[in-house]
Design a protein around this ligand. Structure first.
Ligand code: FAD
Length: 402
């Protein structure tokens, strides 16, 4: 398809929305992003961007800008038991030099993507909350302030509570997983090792890694709990309650949590992957299509992959229906497989019966000793999947901040 002058409206200026906006604008489309928030910003939290996500940033010409934010290149993922002993070490240095795994601040990634979108000519419209979308030959967007907008293509990149998804799919209920995530970012002193550490205990686990050149540290702690009311980011938690939850863990975890001053809690819900990701003049991507639990650290990476594939299919296919159908066919099974793997990991990390936990940790230890390479390679289907095939979008050269 000739994307030149194609009018595209992207709903949501998150990771997936900004990435697809840049990808399409670089190919000549006229892209407007509608964002409900008053500014483009992100909560203070960390994010792992594995090689499959980095491949998309590279193809979009934004990987160097990400590195310039002092993203930390992780050398390993270390799985530990609750007493700090290493159970399994996944040596990420086994990946090729051009397959880095970064720990980044979400705000930095959003800024890099927003700068990249603007530099490609994308118009960002803030305070535009979309109420509903009607598919059709000229799809229509109604905003909550009563405005009606039209485009040739509407892309729903509006996250977990998407208003675009219901235009293509029946409503589907989310189920509470009985897990709550606690998130905090701490100032870091000293010289932290550049690795992701995951401490596993009965009915809870904690993930931590350095951010911004090692000057900050991200913590995500997950506990099992029977009740939760709402799904969202913004509930403030009590640091003392978090410390109490992990009081039985070793000194490393206790020391980290002793420094937490502000923490937010977030109920984890399981959502089905959308059956239909596309309709007449409308497509979904990222969490709007396939919300995932955070236990594979892949939600943002999948959104980046979707963004690339959608733009690529639009550029390669003869017609929009063929492009959108090809996009869904290329993406749905992979996303569903990763969403399912993330659901399984929650259970594995939290083994609470001592015999089961010992057996599970023993199996991991043995695997790590006997075949360390194989332990890393089991994730190749996720990390080494390059949807760009090493491509780079051609000019114009991005003008992102140094
Ligand atoms: P979002 O980032 O949610 O963006 C949606 C945007 O749409 C927002 O800007 C929102 O304001 C806007 N919007 C919503 N509704 C409307 C509307 N009606 N009108 C206009 N605008 C609207 N992923 C990783 O890859 N690695 C990780 O390490 C990782 N860790 C995680 C840890 C936790 C605890 C959690 C909760 C998630 C984690 N994720 C991780 C997942 C990742 O954050 C999400 O999958 C990712 O942000 C999805 O991107 P998105 O662009 O689809 O949606």
């Amino acid at each position: 398809m000739d994307l030149n002058q194609l009018k595209v409206a992207v709903v949501g200026a998150g990771i997936g929305g900004l990435a697809v906006a840049r990808a399409l604008a670089l190919r000549g489309a006229r892209v407007t992003v509608l964002e409900q928030a008053p500014e483009i910003r992100e909560v203070g939290a960390g994010l792992q961007v594995s090689p499959n996500g980095v491949a998309v940033l590279r193809a979009l010409g934004l990987d160097q800008a990400l590195i310039a934010t002092r993203a930390v290149r992780a050398g390993a993922i270390s799985l530990r038991d609750s007493g700090d002993d290493e159970v399994l070490r996944l040596d990420l240095a086994r990946h090729a030099a051009d397959q880095p795994h970064y720990c980044v601040h979400r705000a930095d990634l959003i800024e890099v993507l927003a700068d990249g979108a603007r530099a490609a000519g994308v118009r960002l419209r803030l305070l535009h909350k979309v109420d509903r979308v009607q598919p059709g030959p000229e799809p229509v967007i109604d905003t909550c302030s009563g405005a009606r907008l039209k485009a040739d293509l509407v892309i729903g990149a509006d996250g977990l509570h998407s208003k675009v998804r219901p235009a293509l799919n029946e409503g589907s209920a989310a189920t509470f997983t009985r897990q709550v995530a606690w998130r905090a970012v701490l100032p870091e002193t000293g010289n932290p090792s550049p690795e992701v550490r995951l401490y596993m205990g009965p009915r809870r686990h904690l993930v931590t890694y350095p951010l911004r050149g090692g000057t900050q540290r991200n913590i995500v702690a997950v506990e099992e709990t029977p009740q939760w009311t709402d799904e969202g980011w913004s509930q403030e938690g009590d640091p003392a309650a978090l410390r109490a939850l992990f009081a039985g863990f070793g000194p490393e975890v206790r020391e980290l949590l002793s420094r937490v001053e502000t923490v937010h809690r977030w109920g984890l819900f399981r959502h089905p992957v959308a059956r239909d990701w596309q309709g007449e003049g409308v497509a979904l991507l990222g969490d709007a299509a396939h919300p995932t639990l955070p236990f594979m650290a892949q939600g943002a990476c999948l959104a980046l992959e979707d963004a690339w594939v959608l733009a690529d299919r639009l550029a390669m296919a003869d017609t929009m229906p063929a492009a959108l159908a090809g996009y869904q066919a290329a993406r749905r099974d992979r996303a569903a497989r990763i969403v399912a793997a993330a659901s399984r990991n929650a259970w594995k990390y939290h083994l609470s019966l001592p015999p089961l936990r010992m057996a599970g940790h023993m199996a991991l230890r043995l695997g790590g000793r006997i075949a360390p390479g194989a332990m890393v390679r089991q994730f190749d289907w996720i990390y080494r999947h390059d949807v760009t095939g090493g491509a780079m979008v051609e000019t114009p050269v991005p003008e992102v901040a140094e």
